[in-house]
Design a protein. Structure first.
Length: 99
């Protein structure tokens, strides 16, 4: 699996990470969700520093994931399941076509 470099910004910091091309869109959606939540917490809890907001988002995100309410995780699971089903269909078609 080839990894591609991706620049992301979380809060006020930039990070250069490597992800598979197939995961890039999901990573970007996750980063957008994180940054949106940081902005939400900034308006709710004024006067904190960025580390506090990132920590709050981390707790929120972990809670969402563990409770099964995380749309991002659900979308990823659904995409993986669809890809697996398509692969199985291809295998079955190949087996049916063979003499």
């Amino acid at each position: 699996m080839e990894l591609i470099p991706v620049n992301i910004v979380i809060g006020d910091r930039s990070y250069r990470i490597k992800v598979s091309a197939a995961d890039e869109e999901q990573v970007r959606k996750t980063v957008k969700t994180i940054n949106d939540k940081i902005l939400e917490f900034k308006t709710m809890f004024a006067g904190k520093d960025m580390q506090d907001y990132v920590a709050m988002v981390l707790v929120w995100y972990a809670t969402e994931t563990s409770s099964g309410n995380n749309k991002i995780a659900a979308e990823t699971d659904q995409a993986r399941a669809s890809a697996a089903i398509e692969k199985l269909e291809q295998i079955i078609e190949q087996l049916l076509v063979q003499p």
